[in-house]
Design a protein around this ligand. Structure first.
Ligand SMILES: Cc1cc2nc3c(=O)[nH]c(=O)nc-3n(C[C@H](O)[C@H](O)[C@H](O)COP(=O)(O)O)c2cc1C
Ligand SMILES: CCCCC(=O)C(=O)O
Length: 360
């Protein structure tokens, strides 16, 4: 009998008990069953041999922490301030496309989950839900991620719409003039199902007019909100970003999805932070799955981190509560790590938390 009702419910949300999912990897395992094959292969995909995808994790795992005891930290303060706004903890939702293939409530569930967990949600240009609806739903800050399309008038209208709707920052993705070699997508002949539409995708595929630093200057002239560039992977580009006047830099290799065999983000982060030298905030994403990963990124110069795939998995497993749970688990792990490291606040997290072999 119950079978009859199942099609009306999302097979992804029906009867999922979140209590057994205690870390972000558990969500990935669960999502592999909850998601359609199309959605799972799309999300899990790295470029080519998926080396960078793996290195993002491996490089974080290979960093060791320096335990410090008897420090009297019981309730760490995880707050950070970014562009004049306070975040309760330094973890944002990275922009990921096409939530409509992951859950029937799509980006609205993500927005609800982010709001429930007091997190900032960076909405992808390739959202499958109109920005107005997301803005209506979210009660916590939204940022907008921009893919610049050939039609620059369209792009102008889009960023100005986002600003008018109250999106608080613009992240211009600069690492995707073309998508990477994605064999998993090729094997399943990835495409959006007919009932899932990305309203701002406009002319999918590679664009004819390459994006250059001049466009970054132009984009900044269109809006008053902070403009960040997402996808910086070397100090020279970071310097050019500063010269172009950006308000922030996101160290990202697109979760290993674009150019395979570029280094892990945690590996390049300290060099970029050194070059930026505090002139603008540096954010980072790629492989963050544990509270200790957040600590490591902050120790090496990130002001905050973003998470991509775990949010997709939380969404697919259980909609808004799944998204909220993923964020809350990571936040709680961060708090525990801070206590165990004796760091009472985020700004106090410096390189002393990283283990280095003593000289003597
Ligand atoms: C399914 C998926 C879709 C993505 N879509 C976008 C996108 O639309 N725009 C963008 O700038 N980055 C996109 N990214 C990259 C993420 O913003 C982020 O850089 C990356 O996922 C971070 O690594 P993580 O997944 O290991 O946390 C996407 C990533 C995934 C996994
Ligand atoms: C070609 C980019 C499509 C969306 C995206 O950014 C991703 O899948 O990583």
């Amino acid at each position: 009998m119950q079978q009859e009702f199942l099609p009306q419910m999302s097979s992804a949300t029906a009867f999922i008990d979140l209590s057994g999912l205690v870390n972000l990897f558990d969500f990935e395992t669960k999502a592999a069953q909850a998601m359609s094959n199309l959605a799972y292969e799309y999300v899990v995909s790295g470029a080519a041999d998926e080396l960078t995808l793996r290195w993002n994790r491996q490089a974080l795992d290979n960093l060791k922490l320096n335990q410090t005891v008897l420090t009297d930290v019981t309730k760490p303060d995880t707050r950070v301030t970014l562009f004049g706004h306070e975040l309760l903890y330094p973890i944002l939702i990275a922009p990921t496309a096409y939530h409509g293939i992951m859950h029937p409530e799509a980006e609205l569930a993500t927005a609800r989950g982010a709001s429930a967990a007091s997190a900032t949600y960076v909405v992808s240009s390739f959202t499958t839900t109109p920005l107005e609806k997301i803005a209506d739903t979210a009660t916590q800050p939204l940022w907008f991620q921009l893919y610049v399309r050939d039609d620059r008038e369209f792009t102008k209208d889009l960023v100005q719409k986002a600003q008018a709707l109250g999106f608080q920052a613009l992240c211009v993705t600069v690492d995707t003039p073309v998508g990477g070699v994605r064999n998993r997508e090729q094997r399943i002949n990835f495409g959006l199902p007919a009932d899932v539409v990305a309203p701002y995708m406009l002319a999918p595929g590679p664009q004819k007019n390459p994006l250059t630093w001049k466009d970054i200057e132009w984009l900044q002239s269109l809006v008053d909100i902070p403009v960040l560039v997402k996808g910086i992977m070397n100090p020279n580009d970071a310097e050019l970003a500063i010269q172009a006047g950006v308000s922030g830099v996101i160290v990202s290799n697109h979760g290993g999805r674009n150019l395979d065999t570029v280094p892990a983000t945690i590996e390049v982060l300290p060099y970029i932070a050194e070059r930026i030298n505090g002139r603008v905030p540096v954010l980072m994403d790629g492989g963050i799955r544990r509270g200790t990963d957040v600590v490591k990124a902050i120790a090496l110069g990130a002001k905050a981190v973003l998470i991509g795939k775990p949010i997709c998995y939380g969404l697919a497993c259980a909609g808004a509560p799944g998204v909220a749970r993923v964020l809350t688990i990571l936040r709680e792990e961060l708090e525990l790590a801070m206590i165990l490291l004796g760091k009472a606040s985020v700004p106090a997290i410096d390189r002393s938390v990283l283990w280095e072999k003593p000289d003597n």
